[in-house]
Ligand binder design. Structure first.
Ligand code: G3I
Length: 347
């Protein structure tokens, strides 16, 4: 069968948006052949889950690790994919030495070098960059970070300006979680407007999409898509997954510093997911995807945060050692009911 006719996520939504997945070392270096097969068959966009984070790509002042990122980009090119870079400026997974930089001129120089070198290396190859990640607090104010502390609020402007200079064609993204919460949404819109008013290029808002079976509601998601569109940027769903496990603290989002010891009530499905929950997940994914399809003129890309349930970060957060089922493919890389429910939307 001709490649474009194979039933797959990417073909099914080819007129709507890119369908992406976050991938890891095993797929990038080819050792995880099952993951690689699935990526090639189902997805037309990739994001590196971890290998381009600061601590990996720039672990010491004069050392950049480009071996895995180069392989990652080659994989995307070979398969004709929309390639995402994740992430240039983030307070987390930062190399330790960055915290020792405490004067603004050195920090500005460092940020400029970091971005220029990485974006420049992949100019014309990486299509979309998460330039700044998770810079907002839940109330919409700017989060304290080493960058804000040393450079002040304008570090965002510096980051976006530098990225635009290094690759004027790349799509530049502000990426965060809980961007459906009203206060944080307002904060993100202020951030976009600030950049725009200062003549700085920002192309899209990345709504991460670490969601659960009930929240955010479809209405909250839709209101947010419309609000970002109105602010003049594209909307991307950058890290979609839907947890099916209980959350004792009613946490939402993806604050990586939160972690808790669990108990068996917090890990109710260690062997398999009951049909009733499987169905709920399928319905939730179908609802979300119909909404995305409705707003296909505003949404450029929908990326899942991982390929299959076994490799999801949600098996380890916010409680370590649980068995979660947040994605479309199971631990044996087989499509789940949620996959069918999304594919059916287009039949
Ligand atoms: O590679 C080491 C391994 O050698 C070691 O044995 C093991 C012990 O814990 O840790 C491994 O590193 C872990 C790495 O994932 C690879 O699995 C880190 O501890 C762990 O902190 C890291 O977590 C990642 C997290 O970001 C922090 O960077 C998750 O995989 C990744 O899914 C998650 O992704 C973030 C996005 O970048 C930004 N948005 C939120 C999202 C979810 O937290």
């Amino acid at each position: 069968m001709e490649e474009s006719l194979v039933p797959s996520l990417k073909n099914t939504f080819s007129y709507d948006f890119f369908i992406g997945a976050a991938i890891n070392g095993g797929a990038i270096n080819g050792s995880d052949t099952l993951a690689l097969d699935l990526i090639r068959r189902e997805f037309n966009s990739i994001t590196p889950e971890n290998i381009m984070k600061w601590e990996h790509i720039h672990p010491f002042p004069d050392k950049f690790n480009f071996e895995m990122p180069d392989k990652y980009v080659r994989l995307g090119q070979k398969n004709n994919m929309h390639i995402v870079g994740h992430t240039l400026v983030w307070h987390s997974q930062l190399a330790e030495w960055v915290a020792q930089v405490n004067d603004s001129a050195s920090m500005a120089g460092l940020l400029t070098e970091h971005i220029t070198k990485i974006v420049g290396r992949y100019k014309g190859k990486i299509d979309s960059w998460d330039v700044v990640n998770e810079a907002l607090n839940e109330d919409g104010s700017l989060r304290e970070s080493i960058f804000k502390e040393v450079l002040g609020d304008h570090y965002l402007e510096l980051a976006f300006r530098t990225a635009a200079k290094a690759d004027p064609e790349a799509q530049l993204v502000y990426n965060d979680y809980n961007l459906t919460h009203p206060e944080k949404r307002e904060g993100a819109i202020r951030l976009v407007k600030n950049l725009q008013e200062n003549g700085v290029k920002i192309d899209a808002i990345g709504m991460q999409g670490h969601w659960n079976l009930e929240r955010p509601t479809l209405e909250e998601i839709e209101t947010s898509i419309l609000a970002y569109h109105k602010a003049g940027v594209k909307v991307l769903i950058t890290e979609l997954d839907i947890t099916v496990l209980p959350n004792p603290w009613e946490l939402e989002g993806a604050e990586v510093s939160q972690n808790f010891e669990g108990n068996k009530f917090m890990n109710p499905y260690p062997e398999s997911l009951p049909d009733s929950v499987q169905n709920q997940l399928a319905e939730r994914y179908a609802d979300i995807f119909s909404l995305f399809a409705k707003h296909r003129d505003k949404i450029d890309r929908v990326t899942f945060w991982g390929i299959n349930d076994g490799a999801s970060w949600l098996n380890g957060w916010p409680i370590k050692g649980r068995t979660n089922y947040p994605l479309l493919f199971d631990r044996n890389y087989r499509p789940k009911k949620a996959y069918e429910s999304i594919m059916k939307l287009k039949k």
